[in-house]
Write a protein that binds this ligand. Structure first.
Ligand code: 6U4
Length: 163
């Protein structure tokens, strides 16, 4: 199993997505994110990836945990991803070797150019709902075979505590 993060920043009716240039899901639009390194918290890892991938500074404590997605790719590969959102950050998103960032209006999210699962859970995140989901892909990672998604009760801390 691998632990990873995804982070979605929003401001003035827009969401920051990035065209990923390498790694898993290259070519797709997604939020900044990546593997959690040993010794890192999910929140710390998410903030690091936002800076590394799109040059935007966000404090780990300003990120809100909205959901956890389990992605299965065939029988062998499995990833558990902590999904955060944030509205407080600084810096202008810039292109890096890993990604090309772009703001999209919330009403015009390019779901057809994203991972197939995003259309199920990203609207929940944007509506402020917390969720837990399991998404099974075929081994080629191209086709979503089945999924389960649950809306979770909101936590009193607004998801700001651990992890
Ligand atoms: P680092 O850690 O910098 O190597 P990266 O190469 O981006 O990161 P990688 O290639 O292991 O990481 O891919 C993990 C990223 O891909 C995580 O941010 C989660 C994301 N991801 C994987 N499957 C996904 C899926 N089905 N839907 C989705 N994001 C997915 O929205």
């Amino acid at each position: 199993m691998r632990l990873a993060t995804l982070c979605f920043l929003t401001r003035r009716g827009r969401i920051l997505l990035m065209r990923k240039k390498c790694g898993i899901g290259a070519g797709k639009y997604t939020g900044p994110g990546g593997k959690i390194e040993p010794g890192e918290s999910p929140r710390g890892a998410a903030a690091r990836e936002v800076l590394e991938e799109v040059c935007v500074k966000v404090l780990p404590e300003d990120l809100e945990l909205m959901g956890v997605c389990k992605f299965h790719f065939g029988r062998k590969h499995f990833m558990e991803v902590f999904v955060f959102k944030g509205t407080k950050f600084s810096g202008k998103p810039s292109e890096t070797e890993e990604a090309d960032p772009r703001w999209f209006p919330l009403r015009d999210i390019p779901y057809t150019e994203m991972w197939e699962d995003g259309r199920y859970w990203l609207p929940l995140l944007l509506a402020g709902k917390r969720f837990g989901g399991t998404f099974k892909f075929d081994p080629s990672r191209e086709r979503l075979v089945s999924h389960r998604l649950r809306i979770l009760p909101s936590s009193p801390s607004g998801g700001r505590r651990n992890p």
